[in-house]
Design a protein around this ligand. Structure first.
Ligand code: SF4
Ligand code: SF4
Length: 393
């Protein structure tokens, strides 16, 4: 049976338009009442990655949060909590809530912000490539009657896209996330971890905000790209499949999608998805640029060991932007950063290319850099992608 993915075009973040669009988005899935029942306690997890204004497109837009919280109450929810736990939030919770507009939107709709770092934790266990792992997550994800994910349509330098599946990574509180980056250093391992985590959590509904998406150097410092789309499904893999379809990306080129297919979780291809709502053809966008996959995950380990020194991507400091705040150093799971006179300095031999530093930098002083050989590979892959896209159009 095909998995339903609802698509809804929406051209602005005006509250009225977004509220109508969210209603229309959920209608083909049976409305919010299919998910939220009378007196339910609802937990909503948007993407609150950075302490940035909504128009920077690094975070789920507050108008989407407000619309979804209202829908939950209209469906009969007794309480609605909204929260997330980005790596750099410690000590700055209120700043994040205010700058992203989350606090105002949640309050306007009658919900409450939840501080994931202060809330009780619970453990969740699952297997990653046969290895049993246990990670803390916030306890409310299990206590709530309904959990809803509100991801943002963005690119990611490590995993190529950060969508509905990866949004669940934020249920792990703060710095604990960096430890998993350290344990699962390769993109295929990390993608497996994130996918297994998402599979283990009881999230009922996944909505993606792609009205103003982010491409190029996502997830924190990319370009704002208007894609005018909202996507929803009961399956996070299906939402990400919709993301791929809309921006013209092959799912098998996304490590998370590749892993999900390998374990038979979610739709394996576009053919396994039934797009409903706004006609698919009207939703397709051009010019959304996804960073090429670090091709290392395609290469066997024994070959990789020889060429690791020649093909790499890693963080690089932009000229005169670093304010030496030290956040990147604190978050780095590989202890690869020193703060020197001119700012952050990266030890290429220790770096595991997780790009956590890029995510937490408050002034976008870090960019992705590729080795000369990697740059050539990436260029060739880009040309190939453009050519095949043009051929398909
Ligand atoms: S330097 Fe940045 S990309 Fe490298 S391991 Fe540290 S946080 Fe990750
Ligand atoms: S690179 Fe960014 S996060 Fe790191 S010290 Fe400089 S300003 Fe702070």
């Amino acid at each position: 049976m095909k998995t339903k993915v609802s698509l809804q075009q929406c051209n602005s973040y005006k509250q009225e338009e977004v509220s109508l669009a969210i209603k229309a988005l959920l209608k083909p899935l049976g409305n919010m009442t299919s998910f939220v029942k009378k007196n339910d306690l609802v937990l909503i997890k948007p993407n609150m990655l950075s302490c940035k204004e909504p128009e920077r497109a690094a975070t789920t837009h507050p108008s989407v949060i407000e619309a979804v919280v209202k829908e939950c109450f209209e469906a009969g929810a007794s309480e609605v909590w909204v929260g997330d736990s980005p790596p750099a939030i410690f000590g700055r919770t209120e700043d994040f809530w205010n700058k992203t507009g989350f606090a105002k939107a949640t309050e306007a709709a009658g919900g409450k912000m939840l501080c994931f770092e202060k809330d009780e934790k619970s453990n969740v266990s699952f297997k990653v490539f046969g290895q049993e792992v246990t990670t803390p997550v916030i306890k409310k994800v299990f206590d709530a009657d309904v959990v809803i994910s509100l991801s943002k349509m963005k690119t990611h330098n490590l995993t190529r896209i950060t969508g509905a599946v990866k949004n669940n990574f934020g249920f792990i509180p703060g710095f604990a996330k960096a430890l998993w980056h350290k344990k699962f250093t390769k993109v295929n391992e990390f993608s497996a971890f994130v996918s297994e985590l998402a599979k283990a959590l009881p999230v009922k509904l996944h909505i993606m905000d792609g009205i103003e998406a982010m491409d190029l150097q996502g997830p924190a410092s990319g370009r704002v790209k208007k894609n005018n789309i909202l996507i929803a499904s009961e399956s996070p893999v299906a939402v990400d499949m919709g993301f791929c379809k809309i921006v013209g990306l092959k799912p098998e080129s996304v490590p998370i999608m590749k892993y999900c297919k390998s374990i038979g979780w979610g739709p394996a291809s576009f053919e396994d998805v039934e797009f409903i709502g706004t006609e698919l053809q009207k939703c397709l966008v051009k010019g959304y640029v996804v960073p090429p996959a670090p091709p290392v995950y395609l290469i066997p380990d024994f070959v990789l060991d020889f060429i690791r020194k020649m093909i790499w991507t890693g963080p690089n400091l932009k000229d005169n932007k670093c304010i030496k705040c030290g956040r990147c150093k604190n978050i780095c799971p590989a202890k690869a950063i020193e703060i020197k006179e001119k700012g952050a300095s990266f030890d290429r031999n220790k770096c595991i290319s997780c790009f956590c530093c890029m995510e937490v930098c408050p002034v976008e002083a870090i960019e992705m850099k590729a080795s000369p050989l990697m740059a050539i590979i990436l260029k060739l892959r880009n040309v190939k992608q453009v050519l095949s896209r043009n051929k398909n159009e």
